[in-house]
Design a protein around this ligand. Structure first.
Ligand SMILES: [Ca+2]
Ligand SMILES: [Ca+2]
Length: 326
């Protein structure tokens, strides 16, 4: 995988004058004159002079050659854990990768994984959903089954995102019938590993194919739906479901940072932001703002530990994109 990486400095925005230093062809084409905030050196294992591919601006950098990355999870120490599906529907070729703060990429696990997707790191364990199972991966690469189909109250179809709340309850989305929409659910796993259905279409018929999950708001689980592009939240106390926004197409990634909720639309390649510090007169969320479009399979994002970048798995472009947020 590393052989695909470009030799490059992943530099940072600063004021109006900051440009990026590129070492792609062993030359500095542009440079930030003042105050580089942080530099990630993306090291190459090959002699390739392949340039980094930018979506639009020089400020956006990427790590290429990751085959169908679905999820990025940023750890407090700055490391980023990524799930690599490999060939979709092919078993045994999934991987868990780690991107270090210097931009280097390391394979943590490359066996025992099929189509790994949502990631949650708790302590020294990486939890990852993998079709109808949830696996535990150690940082030394040991992969074990945590939950299998028979641990769920009904057979899961397409396990997707995974997250945790303040009370160490773990939530897992099942997107159900990913092609036609429907049949999905969100499961809750208690501290004993017992799985129950949190919500499905019986709680609200508009819940079809839950995908991205976040527990940023205490007492609530917020989630989006891949089938209808709705954004919901469920009050954990009484499981009351409320639709809080819509229009996110085939929504996938959902991450909160600062005052913003970021939502990706996998099907239409769009990235949305909702400033949740603003509310409309009727108390509803402010309208989503389209941040960027043109992504190819924008999936389960996260924000770097310094809050400066959105880390975007661009599944169908086989890369991880770092989008500056400031
Ligand atoms: Ca695969
Ligand atoms: Ca997802």
């Amino acid at each position: 995988m590393k052989k695909h990486l470009s030799k490059s400095i992943f530099a940072v925005e600063q004021a109006m004058t900051c440009l990026i230093a590129k070492f792609g062809a062993l030359k500095i084409s542009k440079f930030c004159s003042v105050g580089i905030i942080s530099i990630f050196l993306l090291q190459s294992c090959s002699d390739s002079n392949e340039e980094l591919t930018n979506i639009e601006s020089d400020e956006i950098q990427s790590i290429e050659g990751i085959k169908m990355p679905e999820s990025a999870f940023t750890m407090r120490d700055g490391r980023i854990i990524v799930s690599e599906i490999g060939e979709f529907g092919k078993n045994g070729d999934g991987k868990i990768l780690q991107i270090a703060t210097d931009g280097s990429v390391k394979v943590i696990a490359d066996s025992g994984l099929n189509d790994p997707k949502g990631i949650l790191v708790e302590g020294s364990t990486i939890y990852v959903t993998d079709n109808d199972e949830v696996k535990k991966v150690s940082f030394s690469g040991k992969v074990t089954k945590w939950l299998g189909p028979s641990d769920f109250p009904r057979k899961p179809k397409f396990l997707n995102d995974i997250t945790i709340d303040m009370n160490t309850m773990i939530y897992i989305s099942d997107s159900g019938d990913i092609k036609n929409g429907g049949g999905g659910a969100i499961y809750r796993v208690d501290s004993n590993g017992k799985v129950s259905i949190l919500v499905d279409q019986l709680n609200d018929p508009r819940i079809l194919s839950p995908n991205g999950l976040t527990t940023f708001q205490r007492g609530y689980l917020t989630f989006n739906d891949f089938a209808n592009g709705f954004l919901f939240r469920v009050r954990l106390r009484d499981l009351e479901v409320e639709k809080i926004s819509e229009g996110f197409g085939g929504s996938d990634g959902l991450v909160y940072s600062g005052i913003n909720l970021y939502i990706s639309d996998w099907k239409n390649g769009k990235l949305w932001k909702i400033d949740i510090s603003k509310v409309n007169e009727d108390g509803s969320l402010s309208d989503p703002e389209l941040l960027k479009e043109g992504f190819m399979g924008i999936a389960d994002m996260d924000v770097t530990s310094d809050g400066k970048y959105l880390v975007i798995p661009e599944m169908k472009a086989n890369r991880i994109v770092f989008l500056p947020l400031m």
